[in-house]
Design a protein around this ligand. Structure first.
Ligand SMILES: Cc1cc2nc3c(=O)[nH]c(=O)nc-3n(C[C@H](O)[C@H](O)[C@H](O)COP(=O)(O)O)c2cc1C
Length: 205
């Protein structure tokens, strides 16, 4: 069983519709540690030692957050800047994260068709996330295709439930090593065609 650390970075999780529901789906799963970054560090005073211990103790890191100006919320950027230290996460002596995996799970206000070449946002999510992908690849980690929930504003309750359930299925399959990782690394998005990548549990077909 893979140990999963879900870092949730939302500055107002109590007012969130999507991320709160996704966090609840993740929290239900055995083997998943949910870590609410804004709750832990309201003053942005990140405890680097504690965060490095958490990373060491898990196999898969999930960065779950709303898309803010095509990027991560500021506390998650602060976390990246402080926790991924030279000599620990990268550099000739920095091997702490080598071989671990990382997944971005992101909600956007923009609709799905806005995130494509020629669309309103001109680039795909995977392209827009290139700096995040490369940050973790530099640390020797495998970067999976992002799990995206688009069109967050005005989404109906049933749609939110469907996305949260799919997110839970993705995490469960990753935990149980039933997700085709090679394919998940190559694809533009993990949520699109997710169930094709998941093998049924042993004994089921
Ligand atoms: C400061 C800020 C920046 C945002 N930037 C983007 C953006 O670049 N692209 C986008 O599609 N949505 C953007 N949004 C919308 C959020 O991504 C959206 O409100 C969020 O995903 C909804 O999730 P929630 O229900 O968990 O709060 C932005 C929102 C805020 C407050």
């Amino acid at each position: 069983m893979q140990k999963i650390l879900v870092i949730v970075a939302h500055p107002a999780l109590e007012r969130s519709r999507i991320n709160r529901r996704m966090a609840a789906a993740a929290e239900e799963l055995e083997g998943v540690t949910l870590h609410d970054l804004y709750e832990a560090y309201p003053d942005f005073d990140v405890d680097v030692g504690r965060e490095q211990q958490l990373l060491k103790a898990h196999d898969l890191l999930v960065l779950q957050h709303p898309f803010f100006w095509y990027s991560v919320p500021p506390l998650l950027k602060q976390w990246i800047d402080l926790v991924l230290e030279h000599g620990w996460a990268y550099g000739s002596e920095g091997k702490a994260l080598v071989g671990k995996r990382v997944l971005s799970a992101i909600s956007t206000g923009g609709r799905e068709d806005a995130f494509r070449r020629g669309g309103h946002n001109r680039f795909t999510m995977r392209e827009l996330l290139a700096p995040i992908e490369q940050t973790f690849v530099l640390c020797g980690m495998d970067y999976l295709a992002p799990f995206c929930v688009h069109g967050a504003h005005g989404m109906r309750r049933e749609q939110i439930d469907r996305h949260a359930a799919a997110y839970g299925r993705a995490l469960e399959a990753l935990r149980d090593e039933r997700l085709d990782l090679e394919a998940a690394m190559r694809r533009p998005r993990l949520d699109d065609g997710l169930d094709e990548l998941i093998r049924p549990p042993a004994g089921q077909s």
